[in-house]
Design a binder for this molecule. Structure first.
Ligand SMILES: Nc1ncnc2c1ncn2[C@@H]1O[C@H](COP(=O)(O)OP(=O)(O)OP(=O)(O)O)[C@@H](O)[C@H]1O
Ligand SMILES: [Mg+2]
Length: 241
């Protein structure tokens, strides 16, 4: 089936294709702060991500890419509008296998080893200790991080740490993978490798993938490109959706 992700009108977004819909935003907006200090990070946005979709979100710094990913992950709540996750049982944060967010900012726990960092969400999600270890080691190997499992985050390069964060998400095998600038600290070769791993894993576990990226070469590898400007998701023609 062809991917059906779309930036679309509100009425189309309410179509009854709920079984395939991983996430749907209807007129979703996010404002940080109040009064004179209020910043509108995202204006009323309507979009749908369906099973099997691979979407790149592009746009200049400050255009709202991270804000949209955080909302799609369920970590943040919209100030206006609604988000639904029908194919994720309604709640993207219920267990490790729903939505997984690769954070843009460094997010490893400094006192835990690389392996422990990757295992932790699996253990919180209820995985048995042996199973968590096996899956964490597999994910680290996928990202060519074998040999670094006992290192502490402070001993890693920026690019290695970025790949550990990706391994942590992939090990949980989430149905929706949201990756915020996953290749920003990587050289071309490693960036291509990481993009391929993300695509391969999504194929293997049948996950939807949304990647925020400044890298046109990475964006081109995905099926859809959603450009953003000034807190708005644009259509292909560059118009506000
Ligand atoms: N927690 C916050 N408090 C206040 N303002 C915020 C917060 N998070 C984001 N913003 C503001 O919202 C806007 C969008 O930020 P966002 O991080 O989503 O952009 P981005 O497209 O991901 O940028 P970049 O490419 O630099 O990562 C910016 O103006 C930013 O300053
Ligand atoms: Mg960002």
């Amino acid at each position: 089936m062809m991917p059906r992700s779309s930036v679309e009108s509100s009425s189309a977004a309410r179509s009854p294709l709920t079984a395939q819909v991983v996430a749907r935003c209807v007129d979703v907006g996010r404002t940080y702060g109040t009064g004179e200090r209020a910043v509108v990070a995202l204006y009323g946005t309507t979009c749908t991500i369906e099973a099997g979709d691979r979407v790149a979100i592009t746009g200049p710094s400050g255009s709202g890419k991270s804000t949209l990913l955080h909302l799609l992950s369920g970590l943040e709540t919209p100030t206006v509008g609604t988000i639904e996750w029908p194919a994720l049982g309604g709640n993207p944060r219920d267990g490790a296998q729903r939505a997984g967010l690769v954070f843009q900012a460094p997010s490893l726990i400094p006192s835990l080893s690389v392996l422990e960092n990757v295992e932790l969400p699996l253990l919180f999600g209820g995985a048995a200790r042996d199973d968590a270890r096996t899956r964490a080691l597999e994910a680290l190997a996928l990202l060519s991080l074998d040999g670094l499992q006992n290192d502490l985050p402070q001993e890693l390069s920026g690019g290695q740490a970025q790949r550990v964060v990706i391994a942590r998400v992939l090990a949980a095998r989430p149905q929706l993978i949201l990756a915020d600038e996953p290749t920003s600290k990587l050289d071309r070769g490693n960036a291509e490798h990481v993009a391929q791993v993300l695509l391969d894993v999504c194929e293997e576990i049948d996950a939807a993938l949304v990647v925020a990226t400044h890298d046109p070469a990475i964006a081109r590898r995905l099926d859809h490109i959603w450009p953003m400007r000034d807190g708005r998701l644009l259509t292909k023609d560059g118009d506000a959706a």
